[in-house]
Design a protein around this ligand. Sequence first.
Ligand code: NAD
Ligand code: ZN
Length: 366
Amino acid sequence: ASQQFKENLTLVATHEKKLELKRSACPKPGPGQALVHVRATGVCGSDVHFWQHAGLGPWKITDCTALGHESGGEVVAVGEGVTNVSVGDRVAIEPGVPCGKATCNFCLTGQYNLCPTVDFYSVPPKDGTLTRYHVHPAGWLHKVPKSMKWAEIALLEPLSVCLSATLRAELKLGQPVLITGAGPIGVVQLLCAKASGCSPIVITDLSSERLDFAKKLVPSVNTYQVDTKKDAKTAAREIVDVFTNAADMGVQVMPEVTMECTGVESSIHTAAYATQSAGLVFIVGVGKDFIQVPFMELSVRQITVSHLFRYSNTWPRAIRLVAGGVIDLLPIVTKTFPLEQADDAVRHSADRTKFSVKTLIVDGEE
Ligand code: NAD
Ligand code: ZN
């Protein structure tokens, strides 16, 4: 039956910091696995980092590792014992597969993102999903409605990050919310805050192009361009002025929650000063091993600081949000490349001289 399949094509990053498109035979699914023809994959900042640094934090590429973990596709074969998906199904690939053992506290309590032995596809030694044919544990594939586009299915992954953040931060109707950073995560966080009914919403970035993009995506958002020559207290004061003017109620309005989507120290400082007392600085961004925080400011104003490591149990909700029209992910895609040019796609996404938000790689018809 495997004659019907084409040659496999996979984008790998090597330990020599090169991108290579590798050709191989189409793999076969084993028991409990399904073979997915990956139809769309989003490029993530971590793909660029793995390529340019041959690793990320504690994870090193020792030979080569396939990139990609934001993927959707079609099931084209199933292994023995697979019952949850069948050939022809459109599926989203959940890329973090935890151990699931009865001895794992985190798997048992539904916080499987924290499983200490989670396999995350695209983090070495696990290969990613930026390939034509990907074999995946069938239980970590989510069947989606036929109405969903391949790009939407792929972008359920960054939506899962922001959905997880939104649920944990408990964003609410009428709540003033600050989002720092208007990259792919910041703008998906913006869509989530808008869908949660937060108001006013202010988003910051260094780049006026990214702020313009955010404004096009959600016209009601207020933007604030960060000038790194200004200190964090000044930036925070100006951001609070934006909130106050947007609310226009004759009283000062500060964000109850700040969704920090840069991982940059100065932005975390600004978040700490701008957020209302007893509020929440929810840090989605990741950065250096050690970052200073304005400790006394956070302490005397009783501000909670929270962090995020990916997501758990988000896919079914994310699918309903997109299929139900609550969140439209398609406008965040700024450029699409065919799989045969996947290396160019990653280079494009990394090129700071070219505007991009989400770069997508597709194989076959849209
Ligand atoms: P990105 O680098 O594309 O976007 C970050 C944006 O922040 C850029 O547009 C940049 O101009 C802006 N920025 C930089 N310094 C700033 C400052 N001082 N003030 C305001 N804006 C500033 O990254 P992304 O893909 O959007 O991801 C955002 C962050 O989220 C990254 O740190 C990423 O690693 C992290 N992330 C975390 C998780 C998690 O599970 N916690 C998951 C995915 C991504
Ligand atoms: Zn576990």
